[in-house]
Design a protein around this ligand. Sequence first.
Ligand code: AMP
Ligand code: GLY
Length: 427
Amino acid sequence: MKVLVVGAGGREHALVWKIAQSPLVKAIYAAPGNAGIEEFAECVNISVDQIEELRQFALDQKIDLTVVGPELPLVRGIVDQFEAAGLKIFGPSRGAAKLEGSKAFAKQLMSEVGVPTAAFQIFDNVNEAKRFIIDREPPFVIKADGLAGGKGVLIARSCEEGVQVVNQMIQNRLFGDSGKLVVIEEHFTGDELSILLFTDGEHILPLASSQDHKRAFDDDQGPNTGGMGAYSPCPFISERELDDIVDRTARPVVQELKRRDIPYRGLLYVGLMMTRSGPQVLEYNVRFGDPEAEAILPRLKTDIVPILFEIAGGKLKTLALEWDPRPCISVVMASRGYPGTYQSGYEIRGLDQIKSRDVVVFHAGTTREPSKMVTTSGGRVLAVSALGDSFQKARDLAYRTVESISFEGAFYRRDIARRVLEKTGVR
Ligand code: AMP
Ligand code: GLY
């Protein structure tokens, strides 16, 4: 089988790494890929939003299965276009991808089918949004409706700040057209949890639980990022609780989309907050989380390719997944300045010194120079994943490895999975 993976980040490296382990796979291509992905795949210089070029490439190369990493091409309809050309592709159609592409759509759907989520209102008129804010108690969670590269959610701690945010989003188009509609919702506190599941629109197969660390700095300080590190599994959640969360937060939405004739096929990511009133859905994503994928996939023992292929074909037949019981911790090394502006092009040292079989260094933003030197080329540069017999051992190994890698301006959080040790005493 020939497989094409669309994307260039740590998530796509993890997918390519896992797909390469399948005996069913003869060749892997990645568009556009990165310096780490190159080890397993032929990288082709087509970006993720060049859907027509990607389709032509898949036709020319007779690709048997395309796997889409990021949300942008999904929301723009890559699956519909590939399928119209008779190509097999893993991911939801444009209609189903609205779950991530429009927060207003997702919130309305959740409230229709009774999924627990923050109380909300949708606005396209800046004055109405302001009136709403002035009448209420802060904090407010204000979300741009459309895609905003992980930056579209702002938390306003006062009415003045709230008014400023809606002005910037609706009036000044801070996020372009993505913010012409905003969702204002109730603010929750609690631990976040990511539940990922495979579905063909009917059958649901949950993956192991995980937790991301969204803020840039230790102790959840600083701005929101795409994610600075993750671990799997989440030891606060038993398997029974996980099934119960899936039944309450994912199944009704999957069923409703099928009823509306826009079946959801692919990977569904449910972003939750565990509040005092139970699990509440913060968002749906229509693809693997990044860096959740880098903490989950090293634990997956089952061959992923048949699952992706079955779902792309319309029917998920795999009934269970086998997991490495050991926890995995993934620490992101980022460029100074991320998630704001940062410099690129710095040499990364230490990558070839890594010996442990329980470590995988996934590349998120790297480039191989003609001289063969690997340099930084993104905000998130690497995701260093380590397995261990305990959370403590996995953490020690992940951080020892991080410390052995260096590049100019590297920074990382030092507290990934620390709360697991503190809160549960799990070692
Ligand atoms: P989203 O893209 O909707 O997941 O939002 C990004 C981040 O904003 C989440 O991971 C949370 O950390 C935070 N967030 C979103 N919605 C809420 C909420 N209702 N209450 C508190 N924090 C939230
Ligand atoms: N880690 C959060 C995301 O993938 O959106």
